[in-house]
Each structure stands twice: as structure tokens, then as C-alpha cells.
Design a protein around this ligand. Structure first.
Ligand code: GUN
Ligand code: ZN
Length: 446
């Protein structure tokens, strides 16, 4: 019989014990835990301890002195098929969907496209330091199946489900209530709770689901324990006006989802820009979270997100790339955009608050605090090893930093996936993610 697999990883450990909040950064800032040169002890994929001294000879030692070790990032809203249309020029949300996104998603009806697309996407997530994500594939059962299967094979903590859309979408991208329910049930039976996966009822957004389909999603959520729900809300002004026309009985866009029984503490709603006080209170009451997607909001010209107002109302906020509306899978770039978006509103987002949101905060918002997001005993060892600086400007700036926050903030603003050295999932180093040898996907023009 072999004993437990024991790995001790040494480097600059940084994680969070709580929310650092909005106060100005300081030394010994509440919630921030910085343990330079410490050893993270991992047994069979789980963190068992952190210590300042090297462990005994029965531990395999992995020394990464001088490198930054963070919990793996949590991206709470991203679309796997939209890597095909990331950085598409010149539109706002509704035009962007029609012009670029729907045609790209239609190609994922083909099992070969779905399979290669899922693998490319998950390898790209890992290559950007994201170890957990809440993901939209497409309306096609095969695309959800391919995504969940590929995440299972990688041991990743993923939340996803087949997209529901039974109206206002082109041919080849619509389902119907009965078919969608049957597909969802089949996928739930196969994947929900399998490995590290959870299933999410995935309502694209209110305009693309009939009230009957929204009601079906609500029924399944009430029936199956632990299901998540993901959708979009109040992203763009033309979209909000369209929802008001389609659902005149609802008090607001968010209320459409509430009436269908879709809001609970496992509901993840992207954007939430055009909300009012009643909506904010409803989010707080139901425990539903907003997946803040600053890169996407800037790129699609959607609006400025009121982060502090939502938190002041007691609602949860997580961070999301929203690729392909967002222009990068990099959480550092996403957080840099978040900083600038808050700055436009006179609010300062510290590196502490930002990185907390992408790690422990995201885990808490998803109800996964005991499993991911921090270097706590019992958590899975999902983590990333980063270079503090890459390139001459970042190295110059890093050398001049006088405090932890100054160094970390410069890292956040100047770094991206090129700083990533290693991604570990459940205590195992993932293979290098250079997919340059991959064939071009069938059906995708060069
Ligand atoms: N609203 C409905 N679908 C989408 C999508 O794919 N991306 C974004 N950003 N908003 C949406
Ligand atoms: Zn989205």
C-alpha cells in the first residue's frame, strides 16, 4: 500500500482571511495574509498546513523562492465558445450578439467543434491562472457535455450547463421547453456532483426565453439540490428597454427572474449595471450575486458598474472576464479594468480588495469557501505560481516598490498570463498550455 501523496511548496504565499473592504491600503491590512518564503503542505491534493520551516524528508519539496503563489482565480462568468469572436469590432450588446456571437455559437452544434472548443477553452483558462469558472457553453447539449467532460478530465472545479434559449435567436440556436428540460435532466444526471462539477441552469437572458422556459428552469432549481443558476441582467440600456416590453408585468428586469423562482444564493447574474435600490435589496434578500464584468462593460460600451452601492445594500459581487464580450481571460487585466471603472466614479479599488474578490470572495459568493479560494487546511490545492515581474518596465517598477500593497498593485496593473509559471489543480501541476501545435478548428475560417 502506498501512503498519501505529500508535496510541500515553498514561495511567497498570499491569500485572504476576509474582505479587505474599501479602506486605503495599509501595512497589516485586515483580511490580508502574506507569508513570504513559507511552505504550503499538500496531502492528496488538499492543503493540510502552512509553516515557516521546511518539512521532513517524507515530503516532496518544490521550491519556488521569490515567486508569488496565489489561490487559483475564480472567473464567475465566461462563455467558452466565444473565444472564436473575442475582440470583435464596433458593436453594442444586441448587435454584437446578432453579428458575431450567434453565428459563432451555431458552429458548436458539431460535436467535433464542441469537443476541440471545450479543450482549447479550458486549457486557455488554466494558462491564464483561472482554476474555477462559471461557464456558458451553447444551447447544444453536445457543447455542455464536451465542456463538463473536459473539466472532469482535468479535475477542475467547474460550474456550467446547457444554455436555455427558445425564442429571439436564429435557426440552429433555439431549443424548446420540453427538449431543453429533457437535455438538462440528462446532463444533470451525468455531471452534477460528479468529480468537482456542479450543474447550472443557464438562462441566456430574459429576451431569449419564453415565460414557460423560465418557469421550467425554476422548477428544476426547486427540485434538484445544489443546482446553480446563471444568466445576464441589466447590462445595456437597449436590452433593459426590450425586457420591459417583453415582460410588462414585471417590476424590473431582475424581477423577471425573481418571479420565475430563479434567484437564490447559487444564482450568478452577469453585469447588473442598470439596477435600482429595490433590485439591490432583492439581490441581498435572495443571496444572488452579480458577476461584475468590467472588460466587457467597457468594450461593449454598456456602462459603469456601481460596486459600492451593491455591497452597501448587502449584495455579493464577484469578478468575471465575460469573454468574448470581455477582451481577455486574464483576471489581472479584468481587475485592472475594474480599477479604472471605479476610478471613473471616484472610487478606489485596492489590490487587496481586487484579489480577494477573485479568490476567497468569489469562493464565498459561490458557497465554496471551504473548498477553494484560500490556503486554508481542508481546501483543495488549486493555485498559481507567478513571476512578480516580466519585462523591463515591470521589473523596474517592482524593484522600486516600498510596501506590499505598492508591489502587489504594480503587479496587478502590469502583469498578465505571461507572468504565469505554473497552474496547479488539486495539488497537481497542470501540463504546459502551449497549444500552438493544435490544428485550426474545423469550420472556423482562418
Ligand atoms: N446577454 C445575452 N447573451 C450575452 C452574451 O453572450 N454576452 C454578454 N455580454 N451579454 C449577453
Ligand atoms: Zn456573458
Amino acid at each position: 500500500m502506498t501512503g498519501p501523496r505529500r508535496v510541500a511548496l515553498q514561495g511567497d504565499l498570499l491569500d485572504f482571511t476576509g474582505d479587505p473592504g474599501w479602506s486605503a491600503p495599509q501595512d497589516a491590512h485586515p483580511g490580508v495574509r502574506h507569508r513570504p518564503g513559507h511552505w504550503l503542505l499538500i496531502e492528496d491534493g488538499r492543503i493540510v498546513d502552512v509553516q515557516a520551516t521546511a518539512p521532513g524528508p517524507d515530503w516532496q519539496r518544490e521550491v519556488r523562492t521569490g515567486q508569488l503563489i496565489l489561490p487559483g482565480f475564480i472567473d464567475t462568468h465566461v462563455h467558452s465558445p466565444q473565444l472564436d469572436v473575442i475582440t470583435s469590432y464596433g458593436t453594442e450588446l444586441l448587435d454584437w450578439l446578432e453579428t458575431y456571437t450567434f453565428p459563432a455559437e451555431r458552429r458548436h452544434a458539431d460535436p467535433a467543434v464542441a469537443r476541440v472548443g471545450a479543450q482549447t477553452f479550458l486549457d486557455a483558462l488554466l494558462a491564464h491562472g483561472t482554476t474555477t469558472a462559471v461557464v456558458f457553453p451553447t444551447v447544444h447539449k453536445v457543447s455542455a457535455d464536451a465542456l463538463l467532460s473536459a473539466a472532469h478530465a482535468r479535475g477542475m472545479r467547474l460550474i456550467a450547463g446547457k444554455v436555455l434559449m427558445d425564442r429571439h435567436a436564429p435557426d440552429g440556436l433555439r431549443d424548446d421547453v420540453l427538449g431543453a428540460e429533457a437535455d438538462s435532466r440528462e446532463l444533470i444526471a451525468r455531471w452534477h456532483g460528479s468529480g468537482r462539477l456542479s450543474y447550472a441552469m443557464t438562462v441566456r437572458f430574459a429576451p431569449t426565453s419564453t415565460p414557460a422556459q423560465l418557469a421550467m428552469a425554476g422548477r428544476l432549481l426547486a427540485e434538484v439540490p445544489g443546482l446553480y443558476m446563471q444568466t445576464h441582467v441589466a447590462e445595456n440600456r437597449a436590452e433593459v428597454a426590450w425586457v420591459a416590453e417583453l415582460f410588462p408585468e414585471a417590476r424590473s428586469y431582475l424581477d423577471v427572474y425573481h418571479r420565475a423562482g430563479l434567484l437564490n444564493e447559487r444564482a450568478v447574474l452577469a453585469h447588473g449595471i442598470w439596477l435600482d435600490d429595490t433590485d439591490r435589496a432583492l439581490l441581498a434578500d435572495t443571496g444572488a450575486q452579480i458577476a461584475h464584468s468590467p472588460s466587457s462593460n467597457l468594450f461593449l460600451g454598456s456602462g459603469l458598474f456601481g460596486w459600492r452601492a451593491l455591497e452597501a445594500a448587502g449584495a455579493r459581487v464577484s469578478i468575471a472576464s465575460d469573454v468574448g464580450g470581455g477582451t481577455s481571460l486574464s483576471i489581472q487585466r479584468t481587475l485592472a479594468d475594474a480599477y479604472k471603472m471605479q476610478a471613473m466614479q471616484g472610487v478606489k479599488l485596492s489590490a487587496y480588495k481586487a484579489l480577494h474578490t477573485a479568490t476567497r470572495g468569489g469562493a464565498e459568493a459561490l458557497g465554496l469557501a471551504g473548498e477553494i479560494g484560500a490556503f486554508e487546511p481542508g481546501c483543495m490545492a488549486d493555485l498559481c505560481i507567478w513571476d512578480w515581474a516580466s519585462g523591463p518596465v515591470a521589473r523596474h517598477r517592482d524593484a522600486l516598490a516600498r510596501s506590499l500593497h505598492e508591489r502587489l498593485f504594480a503587479w496587478l496593473m502590469l502583469s498578465d498570463e505571461r507572468n504565469l509559471r505554473e497552474t496547479w489543480v488539486a495539488g497537481t501541476r497542470m501540463p504546459s498550455n502551449d497549444r500552438s501545435d493544435r490544428p485550426v478548428r474545423p469550420g472556423v475560417p482562418r
